[in-house]
Design a protein around this ligand. Structure first.
Ligand SMILES: *Cc1c(COP(=O)(O)O)cnc(C)c1O
Length: 359
């Protein structure tokens, strides 16, 4: 019980674990350090994108366009969806918060695979709703049979992360469609496609196709990863107008800054160049996975900009060994580590530790 003279907070906050941001690497005797812990894009901004953002900064005394009209129109043209089916917010995580605020409260259940994105349990907890976590299969994929079995009368939302952070595999089109067929139409299914641009698997589900005739599906995407705008905080949702309207009601006014809107629009304008960088990262991903497997590691299929190593009790020691080379990665103690595909030098440093670990 909180004493009478202290501020009373909602009980659901009690169990919220603090979000652990990716740790910047510790300095190592003047050698360069690298951050492979937050799935960021290692490339600096393209000149045109930087120029658009710089120019937009000159208007910092004005509020941004609350309707993000120009950005919604650019997204509309890019994906062939009406602007009524689009919402933007300060990162796709913000859109998830808005969706949950719009749908759940105490007594409701939100089903998602686990392990998956660390933001999910926190976002659900803050609403007072209950997380129902369904273990991944042995090959680190969503277990849709088990997720179906986890649906109850209290289920209001299901979150599907494809490809899955932190393990890497995608959800295939056929398996998602079969699952959607058994989810009641009044349950919202959030399809988190933060890494969509890194996917090379042809059988992957594509949210932009799937949502069109499914009013209970909301697709979340982001400019943070492939487009290299993590620091500017822009994500977008694609869903039917009723879902989009609910998001807009929950949105913070003027959330996405003018600078961020300008940078996102400019990024869509130079998408070909940005996606060439994604191609290079995908090639580098193949190299890293091949080298890890050649060294005897079991690596789940990854369609993202990171790899997952199932390290169990060795996780923390492994992360410290990589850290000692000036490279920070993301350990999940007792389970494994997620390593972002970054600059080639950084990947090589990580690989040198990984190779030595197996011998
Ligand atoms: C990085 C990431 C996001 C994107 O977050 P932003 O808020 O858009 O930066 C969303 N979902 C998953 C699974 C992620 O890994």
């Amino acid at each position: 019980m909180t004493p009478d003279n202290e501020v009373r907070f909602r009980a659901c906050l009690d169990d919220v674990a603090a979000y652990k941001p990716g740790r910047p690497p510790a300095r190592t005797d003047g050698r360069p350090t690298y951050k492979l812990s937050s799935n960021e894009n290692p490339y600096p901004p393209l000149p045109g994108v930087l120029a658009a953002a710089t120019e937009a900064a000159a208007q910092m005394n004005r509020y941004p366009d609350m309707g993000a009209v120009d950005l919604l129109e650019a997204l509309s043209a890019r994906f062939g969806v009406p602007t009524s089916d689009l919402a933007v917010a300060t990162g796709s995580v913000a859109l998830l918060y808005h969706l949950l605020q719009a749908t759940v409260a105490e007594g409701d259940e939100v089903v998602y695979a686990w392990r998956s994105f660390e933001a999910y349990p926190i976002a659900v907890q803050l609403t007072g709703a209950t997380s129902v976590r369904v273990p991944l299969t042995d090959d680190a994929r969503h277990d849709f049979k088990a997720m179906e079995a986890a649906l109850t009368d209290r289920t209001k939302v299901v979150i599907v992360c494809t490809p899955n952070n932190p393990t890497g595999p995608v959800v295939r089109r056929d398996e998602l469609l079969a699952f959607l067929d058994v989810v009641p139409p009044n349950v919202l299914v959030v399809l988190d496609e933060a890494y969509r641009e890194f996917v090379r698997e042809p059988d992957v589900v594509d949210g932009v196709d799937v949502y069109r005739d499914r009013p209970n599906v909301a697709v979340l995407r982001t400019f943070s990863k492939a487009y290299g705008l993590a620091g500017f905080r822009v994500g977008y949702a694609i869903a039917h107008p009723t879902v989009v309207a609910a998001i807009r009601k929950c949105a913070l006014p003027f959330g996405v800054s003018h600078i961020a809107q300008a940078a996102a629009i400019a990024s869509l304008g130079v998408e070909d160049e940005l996606l060439k960088r994604v191609d290079a990262l995908v090639e580098e991903r193949t190299r890293v996975v091949d080298e890890l497997r050649a060294a005897g590691w079991e690596v789940p299929e990854t369609q993202t900009n990171f790899v997952w190593l199932s390290l169990g009790d060795d996780t923390v020691a492994f992360a410290e060994a990589v850290q000692a080379e000036g490279v920070s990665i993301r350990p999940f103690p007792g389970e494994g580590a997620r390593i972002t595909i970054g600059e080639r030098e950084a990947n090589d440093l990580f690989l040198s530790v990984a190779r030595a670990w197996r011998t």
